[in-house]
Design a binder for this molecule. Sequence first.
Ligand code: PEP
Ligand code: MN
Length: 359
Amino acid sequence: MKEIKLQRDYLKKYNKPFVISGPCSAETEEQLLETAIALAKTAKVDMLRAGIWKPRTRPGTFEGVGKEGLKWMISAREETGLPVTVEVANTTHIEHALKAEIDVLWIGAKTSVNPFSMQEIANALKGTNAKVLVKNPINPSLSLWLGAIERLENVGVNVLGIIHRGFTEFGDKVYRNNPMWQIPIELMMKRPDLVMINDPSHICGNRTMLHEVAQKAMDLNFDGIMLEVHRDPDNAWSDAMQQITPQRFDEIISALHIRKEKGENQQAAEELHDYRRKIDELDKELLSILSKRMDVVRDIAQYKKSHNTTVLQKARWEKIISRTLELSNKLELNPDFVKIILKAIHDESIDIQEKILNR
Ligand code: PEP
Ligand code: MN
């Protein structure tokens, strides 16, 4: 079997992402084997995945083949030499998966969100030599994610790394699960020892943006990628929209541009240093301008207080937005990005005025 080299130092040294791939669900032995063999042929996979027990959002959909599928995973390992991983969500799953000698267990997003479940899982794994990956909880809480990892580590479980699969959001959206990159970035800073794997399939929920998201993860110094691949994606029993063929998988992984964490030579390092100094200076300027802007907001609040007018004046706010968006086009700034910043500034400005008016 291919060795599981999930260590940051190793992966960084060879500058190669750790790639986990396979179908969303194991459906039949044949489907799993055919997909696994095609994946192994690409020589771009380090571990085979498949869901055996599926935590589906709504009942009445395919909920996985259950422990029967574990045998198929082992056959796939024998056939391809790839280590295998499945999702576990409770004590029974863990018992079956460990008994079947599955190489790595992953905890899904709908489980890592629940501290009771995580504690139960930690207790069941205590004293075993299981290797575990922890997906982010469905809601955007870094503490909850860290808490899930800590519950496992507190009882001595070997947490190999984490999987970033994005966060649930209500309403129209670009992504199935909003990546909110700042959360895994913060986790990376708090726990530089953990291997960070990105799951573009569950972030995108479709096939069109997979490469873009995987590339962004590489640019942000993630260590690996998890991609859902099916021999016949359109007819998959779960997550059909986001699964791709082994061939498309090969194209996406081949097209990834893997950058080095540090530049090649001294000159490159100095150049980067210069750019960073510029950025630091500009950040300082940005803050100082914001501070000046808030000073003016305080003066305005005093004026509104003495003239007894409302804080929010709709026409004025609309004018600010349209004027700023016009300018952002001229300055080649993304208007969506500018809108987010403007809104944050405006919210803070209202808070400041509120405090002054009601003092
Ligand atoms: C999966 O990987 O198939 C899965 C169920 O993912 P998540 O826990 O991210 O929803
Ligand atoms: Mn899936």
